[in-house]
Design a protein around this ligand. Sequence first.
Ligand code: AHR
Length: 619
Amino acid sequence: MAPRIPAANLLSDREGRAIRHVYLRACESAQEARTKIAGCIGFYNSIRPHASLKVLTPDQVYFNRPPGARIGSFERTSSMHRRHFLRTAAMATAASMCVSRGGAASQADAFIEIMADEGLGEISPLLYGQFTEHIGGVIYDGVWVGEHSKIRNYHGLRAELVDHLKKIHVPIVRWPGGCFADSYNWRDGVGPLSKRPRRTNFWEVEPDAQRLHEQGPQIFESNEFGTDEFVRFCQSIGAEPYLAANVRSLPALEFDNWVEYCNSPAGSTSLADLRAEGGSPDPYKVRWWGVGNESWGCGGNFLPEDYASEFRRYSTWIPSFGVDLQLVGSGPNDNDLDWTHRFFEEIFSSSHPYDNRHFKGWSVHHYAAHGEQALRFEDSNWYQVLKECDYVEQIIEDQWSAMGQYDKEHRVRLVVDEYGPWYVEGTELDPTHIFGQQVTVRDALATALTLDAFNRHPEKVCMGTNAQLVNNINALFLCHEDKFLATPNYYVFGMYAGHQGGQALRANFSAPNIHFNYEGKSSTMWGLNGSASRKGNVITVTAVNTDVHSPKLTRLKLRGMKIQQVTGTALYAADMHAHNTFENPTAVQPTPLHADLSGGEVNVTVPAGSLVKLELTVG
Ligand code: AHR
């Protein structure tokens, strides 16, 4: 049956063309395209209010159907297709949407619509993890200052860092690398301190390290911070440890032994005794283990088939000691689909299929790293970095679909365990902080939009760890000796913590796109996007306004439930380069945001270049 179009102005030619263009390109068959286009038209008829119809939907005007009525075929479209459509169609409609305020009508720039009864799945708390590597100032000078330091510490751990982390509920921390992991012998970091060997750090080869005049811990590893210290760090902030095993330069038996050291019951093995001598008779019960890191690069420079073969060897029959091990394979560099196809084919489709229920995660690393500067940038660089970070959603979609061709039941989910904007050197606090960089409000938006992308795909992404926690790429903290500050990223994780464990809700964010020029080419970036989740009677909505100059008067509607109360928080700054320094450590920090609840909907001005959180109490 042909889609019903009740009035000519309901679907302009332009929107129709956009729909056909997007779906005909995105669909496998004409039938699929027809179904989806019918769904889109249904959406316009029954869900999307129209300015020209006094902010009613066509169905309300012509057929009196209740707002939010389900349109079967549209609901079944994939989130990617729907997202593409909404963004395209939103360009034409968002600017003319109406906001009613106290009875008067005023123009809105953006629109958020949340379906309270359309859950997408539980948002794994593990999406909000952090990554720490033995590189530059992350561990030494960052997390670890040593028990005898004059800097306030908890058994050697930097106290200010621990105190801050407790407030934002970090669920998991990855360690010891990164590239460092595939050069690390875990045995070097256990047992009495006086007997731990000093070794050359993996990053000694990095030009940043080689230009240093001091031969500090960034070049020579003291092993003062090892497995026991790391697990204590995790315990002190209430996080789970996630360890990366060495596949490049240690035999598989050493992986088994490390698991045994961490997880064998008190008194059961010699390694359990060694752990007890270090102060921990009780097993650590470490669940998450990475099987190598970047095995296509620093972790061995393998071909995917060869890594698959190593993966089989390292991950088969690891002692479990009653712990439900969660093994993470070393996935692609960015969106390298060839790596994923070839690995998964070898593992799942070969004549000798692999069947290991502990294989749970496929790691993805995505950096925005194209020679940009941390503090010196123009509007176009602002948008370009955000756009590159936003590409993570495409990676999630593409990788998921590639994996599903072999792992038909999707037993393996994505673990985005390194991400962030990575700039050229020059803003590190100290020359020893390899890859250290300042963090501006732009980076806070980049982190926020990444977390929103994770939230929108709860069935696909089971873990995320930001690279890296302190004194490194996309840090939450910068510190050196006795000086310490929280960057804007720290506040992002605080603002987004409410999503952890929530039920992700389908939500549409509509606003005109941003058009910009980057390196002589015209480009676009969405204007407003975000995510929503529900826990009990609270719905958390987070959103990013990428427009660096214009605030967005935004109307939010909740379908299926009534909003009783709303509170808002925003993170932004008048200057897009704003960042926290020791002189001004709170230049960028969250502030309350006024949101108006009237007529059952929320009207809020989302500041230019900001991220916002709205907490809706629902009844
Ligand atoms: O985070 C810095 C490095 O980036 C990591 O060690 C490596 O895995 C990635 O290439």
